[in-house]
Design a protein around this ligand. Structure first.
Ligand code: G3H
Length: 255
């Protein structure tokens, strides 16, 4: 029975890869909406896949969220001949501490027996503050590391869920509603067509910077995220997706 189930998942992976036009899809059994442990299973799969990508010197940028927190939770030590440096992809987005990229980045680094550098920034930045922070030597140094990251690991969220979780202002919530935002990743909000309709101003990787990364891995599952995953993948960057059966089946049913 297990063999049949697994080969069924391999078929789903192939279909989803073609459907979303990705280079690779890995699906774990279950639906993380119904069983939160499935996030750890996605985390485990992400760690295994990440390890295949590592070489002597690695700078790895990670985003926040409960799914990437699960990746950190499942992280295991790297090989002795591998240098691992973890950095947060972007500064604060209004998340609780345990969901922030900084926290996840340090947990991941400790579990991998690697190093980390953090961005210590307030969440809401005015344009003036943003510009002057960018001139701070400490920030500049971490920014350079972030830009040099060859590996990026990120979550994808449902737009409304993320905006509410981050206590966004009424004005932002109304804008997202009006623009029909369905997905969120890296603090950017996307509509159904994968167009950016809003972004949170914060230091770190901007969406366009991702073009320079060699390996981008999205980790996102649960049937409630199907629409969000589809929308974000229309925008790209299209690389590797680690998801669960719940999201995969919903995604394929809608096509
Ligand atoms: O950007 C996407 C969110 O960080 C995803 O959060 O993994 O808790 O659903 P989540």
């Amino acid at each position: 029975v297990l063999m049949n189930e697994l080969s069924g998942l391999r078929v789903l992976e192939m279909k989803l890869r073609e459907n979303l036009n990705l280079s690779e899809v890995i699906i774990v059994p279950g639906d993380s909406d119904e069983d939160p442990w499935i996030k750890n299973e996605m985390g485990k799969a992400a760690v295994i896949r990440l390890k295949q990508e590592l070489n002597g010197n690695n700078v790895i940028a990670v985003t926040g969220g409960t799914t990437i927190a699960a990746v950190a939770e499942m992280m295991t030590p790297g090989n002795k001949d591998q240098d691992l440096l973890f950095v947060p992809a972007r500064g604060g987005l209004g998340e609780k501490v345990e969901n922030q990229a900084n926290t996840i980045c340090s947990t991941m680094a400790v579990k991998a027996r690697g190093e980390y550098r953090l961005l210590h920034l307030p969440d809401q930045l005015s344009k003036e503050t943003y510009l002057s922070l960018m001139e701070e030597p400490g920030v500049k140094e971490v920014m350079e590391l972030i830009h040099s990251a060859s590996i990026v690991i990120h979550g994808i969220g449902d737009a409304k869920t993320m905006a509410n979780r981050r206590n966004s202002s009424v004005a932002v919530l109304e804008k997202l509603e009006h623009e029909k935002a369905v997905a969120e990743a890296f603090g950017y909000y996307f509509n159904h067509q994968g167009e950016v309709v809003h972004r949170v101003r914060t230091i770190g990787l901007q969406l366009n910077d991702l073009k320079h990364s060699d390996f981008i891995m999205a980790v996102a599952g649960g049937s409630s995220k199907a629409e969000a995953i589809a929308a974000f993948m229309k925008h790209g960057p299209k690389k590797v997706l680690i998801t669960d059966e719940g999201a995969a089946r919903k995604l394929l049913a809608g096509s």
